[in-house]
Design a protein around this ligand. Sequence first.
Ligand code: ADP
Ligand code: MG
Length: 553
Amino acid sequence: MTQEIGGFAALGLHPNILSALTAVGYEEPSPIQAQAIPVILAGQDMIGQAQTGTGKTAAFALPLLSKIDPAKREPQALILAPTRELALQVATAFETYSKQMPGLNVVAVYGGAPMGPQLKAIRQGAQVIVATPGRLVDHLRRDEKVLSTIQYLVLDEADEMLKLGFMDDLEVIFEAMPETRQSVLFSATLPHSIRSIAEKHLRNPQHIKIASKTQTVTAIEQAHLMVHADQKHAAVLRLLEVEEFDALIGFVRTKQATLDLAAILEAKGYKAAALNGDIAQNQRERVIESLKDGRLDIVIATDVAARGLDVPRITHVMNVDMPYDPESYVHRIGRTGRAGRTGRALLLVTPRERRMLQVIERVTGQKVGEVKLPNGQQVLDARIKKLTTSLTPLVADAEATHGELLDRLTADIGCSPRALASALLRLATKGQALTLAEVEREQPLVPNNAPRERSERSDRGDSRERRAPVPLAEGRARCRTALGARDGIAAKNLLGAILNEGGLVREAIGRIQVRESFSLVELPEDGLERLLTKLKDTRVGGKPLKLRRYRED
Ligand code: ADP
Ligand code: MG
């Protein structure tokens, strides 16, 4: 609905970009987008400060795509990102937003992949280059002209880039671009190092900061669950089993996500519906009425559609996708705990979003405790408890009404009352899994190296890891140290040492596996050699770390 895209349309973006946005399902610009897009469109240099998950990618990608000339087959925009994963994410975002722009090409340039095809794509006139600084400098060494046509530069996650030690590379890159370019810098924090880069390389930048006001939330019990993005649906299903809710509202970011999750829940037998800006107003009202009177128990909504929603039955708010800012978090969880009742708010946090969690805690002045993904036994216990709760009142008088029928049926069928009761249970529970084995089969637990990595490693890490070699995530290299459990080393010691001395951010470090006589650590492929040099003299527990790239087989 064009009317729903109004927020974006008012910003002056190219019509092709607007129609791509309609397809993606964004309902309205996030605060940083609303502020940054007009500035970037106007050609101004800019510094944008906002936390992770606030929609910074679109804040620069949308206006840049509106300005780029796809008919000109030469690099026009350069986006620098700290890691290969982030570079790929940004490149994918550009591809998504430029779906309606024929002739527009995006190339991702990062370490750990052959240089030839990257250079070829640049020379063939990809208009957008998304790169990690290290690899881009390698390209510049081969061909100093690769950046000579750049008109727009974005430093994305600038603070993280500096933490990863890219300062020198950035200087080389700045030198290789025309001075007339427009430069935009995005960062969650603005330490001195970033300010001085901005002073040196940006021209009279406009400073945009999405500030967080302090707010208080009372009568709402808050908890968060660490989960990988691809595990969210599984996590939601398990949480719904163990949380005792009356009505629940789940928040996601896009219209499509409301539909997807509502469909999954319906298929599992929940009375669930989606609520988003595409749904006609009278239909939306019907959904809310149904939630009020119990025809629905779960509504999956976007922020826009759920604005001002007031349903006293709501005992739970589930933040399936992270809100953009603490204010909207407070707003979301305010959907529960209405009219003096208490409520519960759950927040799913992906590893990248840890910092946003801290911001939320700071702004609300409350600690958001951690809950673990419920295991099979907990799911089973919850199911049996529900069954007990629903049967207990019936047992009181059902014998009077159905006792005779039971006698007759056992006689007719020729079975014991226990056999008949079991059959009735099977019927009543509609084939629901009610043994541990069945539950585990029905809800396979988090299959990859998701957050349990940290929680389970200590108790059963080693044996589990030995059984199944874990595939290496994209952009990561596995490194080995001869320090292991027998040296009294734990994963947190390795993590601490690498974070401190390597100057990395937590997200840059992947799995850490401590074995008896050695340990494996996953580190960013990009800039690895430099990192290992930095860690050359690092000691852990008094012993030299001597981290080396590890090649399997
Ligand atoms: P940041 O760079 O600030 O950490 P991202 O740009 O990666 O945040 O965006 C986080 C998520 O929010 C992405 O999944 C993105 O698709 C989504 N998103 C961004 N802008 C919007 C919007 N206006 N409406 C809905 N979702 C959005
Ligand atoms: Mg980002």
